[in-house]
Design a protein around this ligand. Structure first.
Ligand code: PEP
Ligand code: MG
Length: 543
């Protein structure tokens, strides 16, 4: 037996024969062309055909996996219409006088590499979507057929990587598991595998080669171990785990569609964190009751210039409409520190986490801030929206932010543009200062959401980006718990609600503590919702 170690991205156990999908034959040729306008026209025709394919796939996927999963194809379609995707391709055709296939390959590889290099895991995972859309248009241009695996008996599928749209189209009955050399945990491939309940391991590297095709394998989609020619002992241990996981999964399903409440009936809002419209599919599949943190900075990252009011409005509106009346808390721009966009031209800083970031940028650049606030307010006309300011440390910052929000409202009113004037304005408590003066801030804010990731970093003076000091990052540190408790008490004294949207909210070892403290909301990764709901349902009488 040999064991290859990768990253488990979809929990589950599988055992079967390995089939390797070899794509090394897919090469794009560089052909010179003389008629550039004709070539641009060819590109547009193929783009239209790709859009039609995606529309058809969207309908198919909605029937197969539900509406939220059809969203991927809408996202791919939006990409086809996105200037950031199309303009560099046209420019390459016109300046290098090359065929459209080659121009797409070149320009999309660059765009995908820009995304892959981003710190934010969600954004870097979007590289796979860019490559997927590019490949679709190239295939249409070159007349090659996309070969979706459809074997006769169930197998473990292996490849260098799987594209999101092919994963969505796999027949669940024929695919026991997916294993790949590359991949990202947040990619749509991983999301689909999780949704379809297909165990998956990514990042197995070059040791996962075509030479393994036909071998027997057994894998654990949680630990990320792929065993080739597994021995009896390994198989027995995996099968035991499989039974246990099945029982747990069936148990969690009982909580779908239910309210989140303790045994004595105390309700807690269980919301989800998202980074973009595409995450809604996971939010709906995870059964979240709302969105507690929409990290709006994704709109600003990976671009050449600021997104204008309309671009932002369309994105927010999209999310708000898809949530269909459930609350969507949009956090205003939190850029700087670990999230950088060149066009902001932020100065080089010795300590970026203590520098020009988040609300500080917005209060310094009022026009930028007001554009975003106007876009969010406009989206508030379409559903249940709240606005949340990040990194507040002082009362004056919140007052200034609210004053700019008031200006945005006055402008919209004067322009007769619809919005909800009662949109709640809350803050993230993610600095020790804001927790300590939460009594004062609670008089000004409509709600609090504790950003435990930054609160931990700033309280313990532990850089959240620095792996080498992770042993000093004690997330259960008494100082953090006391700051949370102080924040909850001060919020309740002023009659406002308080939640946690940092990673600590999903830490089931603290669920009892949080409920005891009186937290009103937890906003977590969508996949944690059912687990937390079952955990909370098991909590005894507390008051
Ligand atoms: C936090 O700091 O806990 C938080 C939720 O914000 P982010 O992780 O985006 O900084
Ligand atoms: Mg934060």
């Amino acid at each position: 037996m040999i064991t290859l170690q990768g990253k488990g991205v979809s929990v589950g156990i599988a055992r079967g024969k390995l089939v390797y999908l070899d794509r090394s034959g897919f090469k794009v040729e560089k052909k010179p062309i003389s008629n550039t306008s004709g070539e641009v026209q060819r590109l547009h025709t193929a783009r239209k055909a790709a859009a039609d394919q995606l529309d058809a796939l969207s309908v198919q996927m909605e029937a197969k996996l539900g509406k939220e999963h059809a969203l991927l194809f809408e996202v791919h379609r939006m990409l086809l219409e996105d200037d950031d995707f199309i303009d560099p391709i046209i420019k390459t055709i016109e300046t290098e006088r090359v065929c459209a296939e080659y121009a797409i390959d070149l320009a999309s590889a660059k765009l995908a590499a820009d995304f892959a290099a981003m710190e934010d895991e969600y954004m870097s995972a979007r590289a796979a979507d860019i490559k997927d859309v590019a490949k679709r248009v190239i295939e249409i241009l070159s007349g090659t057929q996309r070969n979706i695996f459809s074997g006769s008996e169930p197998v473990i599928l292996a490849s260098d990587d799987f594209s999101p749209s092919e994963t969505a189209q796999f027949d669940r009955a024929k695919v026991l598991a997916l294993v790949s050399q590359a991949g990202a945990a947040n990619s749509h491939t991983a999301i689909f595998a999780r949704t379809m309940g297909i165990p998956a391991i990514i990042g197995l590297g070059a040791s996962l080669s075509a030479g393994l095709a036909g071998k027997e394998a057994a894998l654990d989609g949680e630990s990320g171990a792929l065993n080739i020619d597994p021995d009896d002992k390994t198989i027995a241990a995996l099968m035991e785990k499989k039974n246990r996981l099945q029982e747990e999964g069936a148990f969690l399903e009982r909580f779908r569609g239910k309210e989140t409440k303790t045994q004595d009936g105390r309700k807690i809002k269980l919301f989800a964190n998202i980074g973009s419209v595409a995450d809604i599919e996971a939010v709906l599949a995870g059964d979240a009751e709302g969105i507690g943190l929409f990290r709006s900075e994704f709109l600003y990252l990976g671009r050449e210039d600021y997104p204008d009011e309309n671009v932002q409005y369309e994105s927010y509106k999209n999310v708000v409409c898809k949530m269909n009346g459930k609350q969507v808390i949009i956090r205003t721009l939190d850029i700087g520190a670990d999230k950088q966009a060149d066009y902001f031209k932020l100065p080089h800083e010795e300590n970026p986490a203590l520098g020009m970031r988040a609300i500080r940028i917005c209060l310094t650049n009022k026009a930028l801030f007001k554009t975003q606030l106007r876009a969010i307010y406009r989206a508030s006309a379409h559903g249940n929206v709240a606005i949340m300011f990040p990194m507040i440390a002082s009362v004056f910052e919140l007052q200034q932010a609210k004053a700019i929000a008031a200006e945005a409202r006055s402008e919209l009113l004067a322009e007769k543009i619809p919005f909800n004037p009662k949109t709640p304005l809350g803050i993230m408590v993610e600095t020790p200062a804001s927790a300590i003066i939460s009594d004062l801030l609670a008089k000004e804010a409509d709600f609090f959401s504790i950003g435990s990731n930054d609160l931990t970093q700033y309280t313990l003076a532990v850089d959240r980006q620095n792996e080498s000091i992770s042993e000093f990052c004690d997330t259960h540190h008494e100082a953090i718990l006391r700051l949370i408790k102080m924040t909850v008490d001060n919020a309740h004294k002023e009659g406002i609600w308080v939640g946690i949207c940092g990673m600590l909210g999903a830490d089931s070892a603290l669920t009892q503590t949080f409920v005891d403290m009186g937290l009103d909301e937890l906003s977590v990764e969508p996949s944690f919702i059912l687990k937390l709901r079952s955990r909370i349902a098991a909590l005894p009488h507390l008051d």
